[in-house]
Design a protein around this ligand. Structure first.
Ligand code: CUA
Length: 338
């Protein structure tokens, strides 16, 4: 009986083989892309810009190096077992391999790694007080950030965190709605913001730069868009930033108040009623709108017309139905809140 390449089973097999080949070719491109996308320095835990992140990165590289060595030894042993010429081995030699490789080696290696890992745990005892405290509230889907001013008063902003390099910062984390998780990968570890309690996260940023913070706990439809900018500035620049944020706003809030924006947004000095939405006192000085769009007039126009286009399920309604003159007046007002 003759077999032809065209038989249905052969065709099926070659189809599957082709699929697999094209699939693996595609995956060969996709996997490095995914791996590399994790290497954007502004959002990478492996490009540390803070004390804690540096320790975590070091732990990662030591663990990775250990894993590569162990994998090579195990894989080498497997290859040896398959390819080596079979010859009898004494029972004593076999016992030594099992005891050495199966008991002594893992116990010593894991013990050393554990001891090293324990030295990286944060010190929970009463430590030195922080240089500054920052209150951060995770909300659906934005970040409320408030500094403690020199007289203890709160200076509120949103979707951006500005920190002086070298300072020990205590983040006081909470949430009014669901659990979020606050993470600035280049500065250190993450911590949940939990309704009804305050979590404390201590970080010490060391390298000035612009980093990207994210929410890492699924919190609703726009979880993935809950980003913010973390800016580490040289310490001598920080007091000027804080003073600028503390100053009241200037501008004509008539259209803003007439459209009801003041019911949710505070603009210190001009509209003091609402606080469910982000504080907009110095909105124009921020680099982003809602943490995800560049703060440009065109983006602001699109955002104001229909925020849900950018953040599904966002609480803020769209204002595309406002008369054009009123809409423009609000844009002008927001654009002037330096
Ligand atoms: Cu907030 Cu995920």
């Amino acid at each position: 009986m003759a077999f032809h390449n065209t038989s249905p089973s052969r065709q099926g097999a070659s189809l599957i083989a082709n699929r697999l080949r094209s699939c693996s070719a595609r995956h060969a491109l996709i996997f490095p892309a995914i791996a590399l996308s994790g290497c954007v320095p502004g959002q990478s835990a492996l490009h540390p810009a803070g004390e804690d992140a540096a320790e975590v990165a070091q732990l990662f590289w030591i663990m990775a190096a250990g894993a590569v060595v162990i994998w090579s030894v195990v894989f080498g042993a497997a290859v040896y077992a398959v390819l080596a010429r079979r010859k009898p081995t004494s029972e004593r030699a076999a016992d030594l391999v099992v005891l050495g490789g199966g008991v002594v080696f893992p116990t010593v290696t894991l013990g050393l790694l554990l001891a090293y890992g324990l030295t990286l745990l944060p010190d929970w005892g009463p430590g030195k007080p922080p240089d500054m405290r920052l209150h951060v509230s995770g909300e659906q889907y934005w970040w409320r950030v408030s500094f403690e001013g020199p007289d203890g008063e709160r200076i509120e902003t949103a979707n951006e965190v500005v920190l002086p390099a070298g300072a020990v910062v205590d983040f006081v984390l909470t949430s009014p709605d669901v659990i979020h998780s606050f993470w600035i990968p280049p500065l250190g570890g993450k911590m949940d913001t939990i309704p009804g309690r305050e979590n404390l996260l201590r970080l010490r940023p060391t390298v000035p730069g612009v980093y990207r913070g994210i929410c890492t706990e699924f919190c609703g439809a726009s979880h993935t868009f809950m980003a913010f900018e973390a800016r580490v500035v040289p310490p001598e620049e920080f007091p000027a930033y804080l003073a600028a944020q503390a100053a009241p706003a200037k501008g004509d809030a008539t259209a803003f108040l007439a459209a009801g924006c003041g019911g949710c947004h505070r603009v210190r000095g001009l509209a003091e009623m609402g606080s469910t939405g982000p504080d907009l006192t110095h909105f124009a000085s921020r680099t982003s709108i809602a943490g995800i769009l560049d703060n440009t007039p065109d983006n602001l126009r699109d955002w104001l017309a229909n925020p849900a286009r950018f953040k599904p399920d966002v609480r803020m309604p769209g204002y595309h139905m406002l008369p054009e003159a009123e809409f423009e007046a609000i844009l002008t007002f927001l654009g002037g809140l330096e």
